[in-house]
Design a binder for this molecule. Structure first.
Ligand code: CAA
Length: 295
């Protein structure tokens, strides 16, 4: 079995990026909005991303139109009925995810595969909300999905090996490198990367350096494309907070716990790039360190 029809639930950064990558590789995609409202913003996000590729002469205008033509936009979950693969990419709330999976399980054709793009939540817990645990798997893409090469593939104890093979083939068709990971909070990347970002916030709180200093040190000293604070803003501080909370609740290790700065920022709706303010102020071009945070 190979994947010809993909349904994605969630039109955020991840859902939109995965849709673009899949459609760019010849797969028919239905992008289902998880919250009520128009699909125009997510459609515009993908159009803008494709326009950038056309401007950089990495894709022709006709190619971009072909990709857009392969993506259908809807808010009707019924669209999963005929999909070969369903990827959930919604809010990191286990109860909401379980309810959606139970609903999709009832609607989707029996051979369909269910997958979650969760960052840190347990795949096993989600699959238990369905009647098809042998056709359930984790497929964890990275932000931005258009550029990041990795997909963590997370089979559970009950995932049929043929489903894992199909999932691996799907990732490879998208030009990604799949890495198999056991179902454990944060898998590999977020288990290592989240405490690193949170520790960078602790360094800032301790006055080790300022925002620019901490980010420059890790960019130039460890050859990272972005410093940890810029990366946290890029991912979204609410998402980083949720990941840190889940890791701390699972492993009980102090260095995984959200810091007070992260708690405060998220409580105030200061979420990084998407809210135009985080460790940096994105209303400026180029962004400048947020002066309220000893920047
Ligand atoms: N569509 C398709 N391809 C795109 C694209 C788009 N919209 N935008 C960029 N790309 C491609 C580019 O074509 C380029 O590919 P080539 O090298 O083959 O030419 C590549 O992506 C890099 O793009 P740019 O050169 O424009 O970007 P950049 O060099 O400024 O890098 C960045 C931007 C990729 C974001 C880089 O800063 C980076 O890697 N940052 C770190 C990101 C990271 O660590 N992400 C993981 C976060 S953790 C996570 O995601 C887990 C979670 O669960 C939350």
């Amino acid at each position: 079995m190979s994947i010809a029809k993909l349904a994605i639930l969630g039109g955020g950064q991840m859902g939109a990026g995965i849709a673009q990558v899949a459609a760019s590789n010849g797969i028919d995609v239905t992008l289902i909005k998880a919250t009520p409202g128009s699909s125009d913003p997510v459609k515009a996000t993908i159009e803008k991303s494709l326009t950038r590729l056309v401007e950089k002469e990495k894709m022709s205008q006709a190619g971009a139109m072909e990709v857009m033509g392969r993506i259908a936009f809807t808010d009707d979950l019924g669209a999963v009925a005929t999909a070969d693969l369903f990827i959930e990419s919604i809010i990191e709330d286990i109860e909401v995810k379980k309810a959606k999976f139970a609903e999709v399980d009832r609607i989707m054709k029996p051979q369909g595969i269910l997958a979650s793009n969760t960052s840190t939540l347990a795949i096993t817990e989600m699959q238990d909300a369905t009647e098809r645990s042998e056709r359930f798997i984790g497929l964890h893409f990275f932000n931005p999905p258009t550029a990041m090469k990795l997909v963590e593939v997370v089979p559970t104890r009950t995932t049929d090996p043929s489903v894992t093979s199909v999932a691996i083939g799907f990732c490879e068709r998208l030009g990604k490198t799949p890495v198999l990971v056991a179902d454990s909070t944060g898998f590999i990347v977020n288990r290592l990367l989240t405490p690193y970002m949170v520790d960078a916030m602790r360094c800032l709180e301790a006055g080790l350096s300022d925002i620019h200093g901490i980010d420059t040190a890790m960019q130039l000293g460890a050859n990272h494309p972005m410093g940890p604070l810029a990366l946290a803003d890029y991912i979204g501080l609410d998402i980083v907070h949720a990941m840190a909370t889940n890791l701390y609740e699972s492993f009980g290790l102090e260095h995984m716990k959200p810091t007070r700065t992260l708690d405060h920022l998220v409580a105030e709706g200061i979420l990084g790039r998407k809210s135009k303010l985080g460790f940096y102020d994105y209303s400026e071009s180029p962004p400048v360190p947020n002066p309220a945070l000893h920047g």
